[in-house]
Ligand binder design. Structure first.
Ligand code: NAP
Length: 308
């Protein structure tokens, strides 16, 4: 058997993502010992009952004592406070990471609280479901998904390589980019689609001429897939839009221009323009399949059981 990559890992916030890391790390023997903590006693109790960690402790400070790898798995808006709490208790040489869906704000909020002697390597596993909490996680969540590392300038390349090896062991493919570029890419591939889903589901809910029961009854016409995305965690997504404002507004501006062009084509009965557009988008769908990024259900909607 190969040696574990880290001796002790501390997971702060073992919800969907944190508990999946714990499960995968154990399944792949990536670490020797897992310590977890959550803000609520209920979640800590659940983590004990589920046997997800070797130790479950009450505070963030206690969780990171002696840990070689610390992964902060709380919503983006809560990461700065978590870094402030753990800063003085981190072991020299430890790697500190996170899983936040936005990266520049994480570097801005967490970085200043972390001592010089630790390596800060922010990360974003591009995988998830609309479910939350420790029960929702599963060990295979990251398999064949991308994990993007966004080390701030000057980060020790060896620490980046160690964290990359950890994520690869958990089944992920790893890419390294700047936090700013990450936020731009994710604004169009993840944040904008979620915003559209949240909007369209809200629009359908407010209709007067079509009843709610009709919307539900005929949802297989396309609406159903949006409802799954729009069921994603409200706090997590609030934080995403608050913290990736510029990139999302940039993509939203472009999206609105394209919607206006399609609106015009429909109004004018310009079938050629519509068909041309749809041919182009169909080719993009083929590209997603060829890139191995398609599953029976979308990423953000993968059923919480993992037997799909
Ligand atoms: P989750 O299942 O709701 O778990 C969130 C965890 O954070 C829970 O342990 C929760 O503690 C804790 N928490 C929530 N608010 C907090 C606060 N204000 N202060 C301290 N702790 C707090 O969420 P998740 O889906 O795992 O998301 C966690 C992170 O992963 C987010 O940063 C998100 O951007 C990122 N992410 C999510 C997905 C996805 O699809 N869900 C994908 C990639 C990355 P309690 O249980 O005690 O309340």
């Amino acid at each position: 058997m190969t040696e574990p990559l880290f001796d002790t890992i501390a997971i702060i916030g073992p919800g969907l993502i944190g508990s999946s890391i714990a499960r995968a790390a154990r399944a792949r023997s990536a670490v020797r010992r897992i310590v977890a903590t959550a803000r609520s006693p209920e979640t800590r109790k659940r983590v004990v009952e589920l046997g997800l960690a070797d130790d479950v402790v009450e505070t963030n400070a206690a969780a990171v004592e002696g840990a070689d790898l610390v992964i902060v798995c709380v919503p983006v808006g809560a990461c700065g406070a978590a870094a402030e709490e753990i800063g003085p208790h981190l072991k020299a040489g430890a790697i500190v990471s996170d899983v936040g869906s936005v990266k520049a704000s994480i570097v801005r909020d967490m970085g200043p609280h972390l001592p010089e002697a630790v390596h800060f390597v922010p990360a974003h596993p591009v995988a998830g479901t609309e479910h939350t909490g420790p029960e929702a996680g599963f060990a295979e969540l990251f398999e064949n998904r991308w994990c993007i590392l966004t080390p701030p300038e000057g980060t020790d390349p060896e620490a980046v390589a160690r964290l990359a090896a950890f994520w690869r062991l958990l089944g992920a493919n790893v890419e390294v980019m700047t936090p700013e570029h990450h936020d731009l890419v994710l604004a169009v591939t993840s944040h904008l689609p979620h915003l559209i889903a949240y909007t369209i589901v809200g629009t359908a809910d407010e209709l007067e001429a079509v009843t709610r029961s009709e919307v539900l009854k005929f949802s297989a016409g396309g609406f159903r897939d949006f409802t799954r995305i729009a069921a994603s965690d409200p706090v997590m997504w609030r934080d995403v839009f608050l913290n990736n404002k510029d990139a999302v507004l940039e993509m939203l501006g472009r999206f609105n221009e394209d919607v206006a062009a399609l609106t015009k084509a429909i109004r004018r009965g310009d079938g050629e323009a519509l068909q041309e557009h749809f041919i182009r988008t169909r080719a993009i769908r083929r590209g997603v399949i060829e890139a191995g990024q398609d599953t029976p259900a979308p990423d953000f909607g993968r059923p919480h059981g993992h037997d799909d």
